[in-house]
Design a protein around this ligand. Structure first.
Ligand code: AMP
Ligand code: MN
Ligand code: MN
Length: 375
C-alpha cells in the first residue's frame, strides 16, 4: 500500500518526529474561522476531551475515498500519532491509532497514493469491533462507512467530522459545518485544538482535501479563509504543482479512448419550462474493460461534462465492479443536485452530489429528472 512513486522526493519528517522550527510547521491557530453555530464550540470541547482520554482511536473515512476524505483522515492520523508520542506521561502507552475505510480489499485510488501515511492504513476487518473512540471523515451518513458502519454503531464515542449539509448527525459528537469548504478545514482546526504542529506530511493531506473539494480554488466555496489556509499549508514546503499533477494531470493512455467513447455518447437535454438544461453520459464496466481501466478512471469524466454551457446540470452514471451505478451530479445556477440526490438515497452538496442506483440508465435518469423538477 505504499506509493508507486512520490512527486515529493527528499526528506520527510517521520510521523512521530515533526520539526517545530523553520518552514516545516505552520500555526493552525492563525487561520480565521468562518462564522458558525455557537453550539459547535461545545462539540469541539467534547471531541478534544474524548480524544485526550482515549487509549484507542479508530479513524474511518467514506468508502471510495476522495482527496478530502482520505487526506483529512491521514492528516489527523499522523497528528494523533505525534500527540500520542508527546503528551503522555513517561512510561504510559500512547493511544493506539487505527485508520481505515470500509472496503475489502482496501484499495487506495491511484491518484491518492502519493499521500503520506497510506502505508499506515489498516484493512477494515482488522478494525476493533467496538472502538473506544471512533472518528469519521467526510461521511454524511453512517452507510457511507461501508463495512465499518457496524463498528461506528458500537463505538463508545463517535466523533463525526464533516461539512455536508445533508449530514444526519449520526455521531455522539457532531462536528458538522456546512460552511466549511472541505472536511480538511475542520481536520485542520482539530489538529490545532489538539496542539499538534502541522508538519509537511500533515499539510499534504489537508491540502489534498482543500484542492479536491474546491476544484483547485475554482468552485464557489473558495473563500478568503480557504486561500489563507492554503497559504499556511504551502508554507510547510509542499509542492502544489506536484499535488495537482498526481490528482488531475496524469492518466494512462487508455483513458483517452474511454473519454472519447463516453463523451461521444453524451446527451444534451435542453431546458424546457420548469426544467434546467441537462447533460449526461454513462461509463460502463465494458468501457473500462475495453481500455483496461479501474473504476476510479471514471471519476474525472464529470469535470469535462460539467463545462457544457447549455446545461445547468451534468450527470455521469459510473458502473462499478458490482454492476451498480455510482452517480455523480454537478450543478451550476439554481439547480440543487444535493436535494435531488438525497431524495434518491444519496448525499452531497447543493452543487456536487451523488447517489447509488441499479437498473437501466434511462430509468435512473428519469428518477433524477423527476427529483430535479420537484418543487
Ligand atoms: P462525487 O460525484 O463522487 O465526486 O461526489 C460528490 C458528492 O456527493 C460528495 O460530497 C460525495 O460524498 C457525495 N456522494 C457521491 N456519491 C454518493 C452516494 N452514493 N451516497 C451518498 N453521497 C454520495
Ligand atoms: Mn468526499
Ligand atoms: Mn468533502
Amino acid at each position: 500500500m505504499t506509493a508507486e512513486r512520490s512527486p515529493f522526493p527528499g526528506p520527510r519528517p517521520e510521523s512521530a518526529a515533526v520539526r517545530t522550527e523553520g518552514r516545516e510547521v505552520s500555526a493552525p491557530g492563525d487561520v480565521p474561522r468562518d462564522n458558525r453555530a455557537p453550539d459547535l464550540e461545545t462539540e469541539w470541547s467534547r471531541a478534544v476531551k474524548a480524544i485526550g482520554e482515549a487509549a484507542e482511536i479508530c479513524l474511518a473515512c467514506h468508502i471510495r475515498p476522495d482527496g478530502d476524505a482520505l487526506g483529512s483522515m491521514l492528516a489527523v492520523a499522523q497528528a494523533l500519532r505525534v500527540r500520542g508520542a508527546a503528551d503522555r506521561p513517561p512510561g504510559s502507552a500512547p493511544p493506539r491509532v487505527i485508520a481505515s475505510f470500509g472496503e475489502l480489499p482496501l484499495r487506495i485510488p491511484r491518484i491518492l497514493r502519493f499521500l503520506p501515511g497510506t502505508d499506515l492504513l489498516t484493512p477494515p476487518d482488522a478494525v476493533p469491533g467496538r472502538p473506544q473512540v471512533m472518528m469519521t471523515f467526510d461521511a454524511a451518513s453512517a452507510d457511507r462507512l461501508g463495512m465499518l458502519e457496524a463498528n461506528a454503531a458500537r463505538a463508545g464515542e463517535l466523533i463525526v467530522l464533516d461539512h455536508h449539509v445533508s449530514n444526519t448527525s449520526f455521531g455522539t459528537v457532531n462536528l458538522i459545518d456546512p460552511a466549511a469548504a472541505a472536511t480538511a478545514v475542520l481536520a485542520h482546526e482539530l489538529i490545532g485544538r489538539l496542539g499538534v504542529p502541522v508538519s509537511r506530511d500533515i499539510a499534504l493531506g489537508l491540502y489534498a482535501g482543500l484542492v479536491t473539494d474546491t476544484g483547485s480554488f475554482r468552485y464557489s466555496n473558495t473563500s478568503p479563509g480557504v486561500h489563507l489556509l492554503a497559504a499556511r499549508l504551502l508554507e510547510t514546503g509542499i509542492d502544489p504543482g506536484g499535488v495537482a499533477h498526481e490528482l488531475w494531470d496524469r492518466a494512462p493512455f487508455g483513458f483517452l479512448g474511454l473519454l472519447s467513447a463516453v463523451l461521444g455518447r453524451a446527451q444534451l437535454e435542453p431546458a424546457g419550462p420548469g426544467r434546467c438544461g441537462l447533460v449526461w453520459t454513462t461509463v460502463t464496466r465494458a468501457d473500462r474493460a475495453a481500455h483496461g481501466l479501474p473504476f476510479e478512471a471514471a471519476e474525472s469524466v464529470i469535470d469535462v461534462l460539467r463545462r457544457t454551457d447549455e446545461a445547468d446540470v451534468a450527470v455521469v452514471l459510473k458502473e462499478d465492479d458490482d454492476g451498480l451505478w455510482q452517480v455523480s451530479a454537478r450543478a451550476k445556477g439554481a439547480a440543487d443536485v444535493g436535494r435531488a440526490c438525497v431524495a434518491l438515497g444519496g448525499g452531497g452538496h447543493p452543487k456536487a452530489a451523488g447517489f447509488t442506483a441499479v437498473g437501466p440508465a434511462a430509468d435512473v435518469m428519469a428518477a433524477l429528472r423527476q427529483q430535479l423538477a420537484a418543487p
